[in-house]
Structure formats: structure tokens, C-alpha cells
Write a protein that binds this ligand. Structure first.
Ligand SMILES: Cc1ncc(COP(=O)(O)O)c(C=O)c1O
Length: 356
């Protein structure tokens, strides 16, 4: 399928202060748009970024068929950009689409769409190390029909946004608390899909946690409220003795691309990695007996995020609240090194975009 391109006649790039980027507030000149109607996707278009039209009866607004992805494009040098594992993001988008009865997107269209869009807006990819162009593909139900039914029409967009390094002033460990009352997802629900509604449902407990001085909720399983699942927009890892332990993908956990990368790198280093059920009690015990060395989150935004505090009921685990541990630090350096093309990528994760 050919991608048609309509370029903006008024670039906004001169208005952007690349030294003070706020996450998710500034959008590049162009976006990709593709419409699904009459049982098929139609010609993808790259058009100037701007408002889109829909009517108040659009189904996504009422019944919530809306999914998204999040990845980054990195400046390598003046001729090359890197996307990180875009095919994995494409696969996850299609998994989310299937769960929400939405149409899948062809891999070639997805990848070529990203390549064209990011090449066209390559000047928006920040050059400073640690900065990147955040890439947000998303899809929503677009039929005008007030009925709780699967929509027959969809729209797919990709918008992009230059973002600063997550940790511009050193690592800032996060403080987590469990929630007694709320859960994020249940097995059989939509937790493993990147569905917009999952986030809407997590805002109230997250807000409650923030009021008590915590950064985020560390989610426990919905049935027994015992087993750790994930955190806000991150998966979570524990270094116990010399092993790396992470909750298995139970069906209610989002399968993070960074999570997968951490596991593959750790195994490559010879570290024993266990993907299994991880009880909050086990972590409290491991901490008490001095076996819990490090805790960190993994996700596209921060890459690796050290955890300083975990509170659960009357128990509080205090790790190093000031800094990142050596394992997490090495993992951060390795993943970002691969992303920015500073070190070799033996895994074939980077997808180069050549600018000629
Ligand atoms: C709920 C949730 N868990 C985990 C992650 C981490 O996933 P990834 O590493 O693919 O960014 C994200 C971010 O996308 C998320 O939203």
C-alpha cells in the first residue's frame, strides 16, 4: 500500500525549546492516519499534525475500544536514527487489537509508516544523548453508532513527540505502595492488552498513593492480593541473591518490551532469571534476611527505574533511596547503549532509519 504524503507548509520546529522538553506536550509537524471501513484498511496518509474530526456518537468515546503503543526513535548520527524493537511493538499492538475485537494492522504498513513519518520529521528527533522522539501509534473505534457493539470502523494514527532524558539530574528512585482496595487487572481481563481503559482505571488508586507521598502503586494480583504484577507503566524486577526474579506474564500483566530486553540481556550475561509468581511476602522476607539486593522497574519511558521504597500494610522495605544499584545501572547503560548505537546490538533489536 502506498503512503501518500501531504507536507505542512508551516513547520513549528522553530518554536520548540529542545533544552526544556516536557514529556508529551509537543508534537512533531506530521502524523500518520489510516482509516478502516468496509472491512479493510484504506490508504495510509501522512498529513500535518492537527485536530481531527469526529462526531459525539463515535463509539470509542462510549464503549472504549481504544488501544495504543509507545516506543522511541533515537538519534545515532546525522545519517541514522534507531527505532527500538518496532516489530515487537507491532505484535503487541495486534495482540491488543485482537483482545478488543479491533482489526489488525499489517506489519509492513506499520513499519513503513513509521519509517516515512520519522524520516520526514527527522529534525524533531532530539540530538542530545538521553533525549529521543517518543512515538505513539494508537487505534480507536470510529463508527458513529450508540450501541454497545463491536465497531465496524476504526482509525489508526501515529503521532510523535520529542522528549527529554527521563533522568536528567541523576537517577531518582521511586517509592511504591500496594493498594489494599484496588486492582489493575484480572486474569481473563484486558491487563495484558495496552488498552486505554486500563490506564483510566488505574488513575484513582495512583492518585491515592501520590497523596500519601508515593510515586506509584505496585499492583498485586486480583484474586489473592498476594502476588506482585507490575507498576504504573513499568514491569518490575528483583535481584535476590545473585538471581533476577520477575513476575511471570500471568495474563493480567502487560508484556513489556523493555522487560523482555532486560531478561534477554541478563541471560546473556549468565545471570539466572526466574519468571514466576513473586509474593509480596517473599520480597519482605528476602529484604529482612538481607538477600534482596536491588529492585527496579523497566519501561520505554525511563528504561530502568530504581525502586527506593516499597510499602505493604505495616511493612516498609527501604532500599537505597538515593541511588541506583550496580546491576540496574549496568542494565540501563547496556540498553541505552544499544538504543543510541553506542555499543553493538548482538540481539538485532535496533531498526535503523537512514536519512539521505
Ligand atoms: C502497564 C504497563 N506496564 C509495563 C510497561 C512497560 O512496557 P514497555 O517496556 O514495552 O514500555 C508499560 C509501558 O508501556 C505499561 O503501560
Amino acid at each position: 500500500m502506498k503512503i501518500s504524503i501531504t507536507e505542512t507548509d508551516q513547520s513549528r520546529i522553530s518554536e520548540v525549546d529542545f533544552n526544556h522538553l516536557q514529556f508529551g506536550r509537543i508534537f512533531s509537524d506530521h502524523m500518520l492516519e489510516m482509516v478502516y471501513k468496509d472491512g479493510q484498511w484504506h490508504e495510509p496518509k501522512i498529513i500535518p499534525y492537527g485536530p481531527i474530526q469526529f462526531t459525539p456518537s463515535m463509539q470509542a468515546l462510549h464503549y472504549g475500544q481504544a488501544i495504543f503503543e509507545g516506543m522511541k526513535a533515537y538519534h545515532v548520527d546525522d545519517e541514522t536514527l534507531h527505532l527500538f524493537r518496532p516489530k515487537d511493538h507491532h505484535q503487541r499492538l495486534n495482540n491488543s487489537a485482537r483482545r478488543l475485537c479491533m482489526p489488525e494492522i499489517d506489519e509492513q504498513i506499520f513499519i513503513e509508516g513509521l519509517e516515512e513519518l520519522i524520516s520526514l520529521d527527522h529534525q524533531w528527533v532530539p540530538k542530545q544523548h538521553g533525549h529521543a522522539l517518543y512515538v505513539r501509534p494508537f487505534m480507536f473505534a470510529a463508527e458513529e453508532y450508540l450501541a454497545a457493539k463491536v465497531s465496524k470502523e476504526y482509525r489508526f494514527y501515529v503521532i510523535t513527540s520529542p522528549v527529554a532524558a527521563y533522568y536528567s539530574e541523576g537517577f531518582n528512585p521511586v517509592k511504591l505502595t500496594t493498594s489494599e482496595k484496588f486492582v489493575r487487572a484480572v486474569e481473563g481481563g484486558t491487563g495484558e492488552a495496552k488498552a486505554a481503559g486500563n490506564y483510566a482505571a488505574s488513575f484513582l488508586p495512583a492518585q491515592n498513593a501520590q497523596k500519601k507521598g508515593f510515586t506509584q502503586v505496585i499492583w498485586l494480583d486480583a484474586k489473592e492480593k498476594r502476588f506482585i504484577e507490575e507498576v504504573g507503566t513499568m514491569n518490575i524486577f528483583f535481584q535476590i541473591d545473585e538471581k533476577l526474579v520477575t513476575p511471570k506474564l500471568s495474563g493480567s500483566v502487560l508484556p513489556g518490551i523493555t522487560r523482555r530486553s532486560v531478561i534477554e540481556i541478563a541471560k546473556n550475561w549468565g545471570t539466572v532469571v526466574e519468571e514466576r509468581r513473586v509474593g509480596i511476602d517473599e520480597i519482605i522476607e528476602a529484604h529482612k534476611s538481607g538477600r534482596l539486593k536491588e529492585v527496579f522497574g523497566s519501561g520505554t519511558a525511563a528504561v530502568i527505574s530504581p525502586v527506593g521504597v516499597i510499602q505493604h500494610g505495616d511493612e516498609t522495605i527501604r532500599l537505597d533511596e538515593e541511588k541506583i544499584g550496580p546491576f540496574a545501572k549496568k542494565m540501563f547503560a547496556t540498553i541505552t547503549g544499544i538504543q543510541y548505537g553506542k555499543i553493538d546490538d548482538p540481539f538485532g533489536w535496533t531498526h535503523p532509519i537512514s536519512l539521505d
